[in-house]
Design a protein around this ligand. Structure first.
Ligand SMILES: [Zn+2]
Length: 53
């Protein structure tokens, strides 16, 4: 099983979903934790990982 850092990140933590309007935002995990990522639509900073379970 080959491991690509980029693919791994994409699968793991690179996608976030706005809790307000549910639009999907692609951002690095670090950026989201640092609070630098805003939803494009509603400008909310409340995001959750795209993979819930
Ligand atoms: Zn939003």
């Amino acid at each position: 099983m080959a491991k690509f850092p980029e693919a791994n990140a994409r699968l793991m933590k690179n996608k976030f979903v706005c809790r307000k309007c549910k639009s999907v935002i692609r951002a690095s995990n670090m950026m989201v934790i640092a609070g630098l990522v805003k939803c494009r639509k509603c400008k909310s900073r409340i995001l959750r990982p795209a993979r819930k379970k």
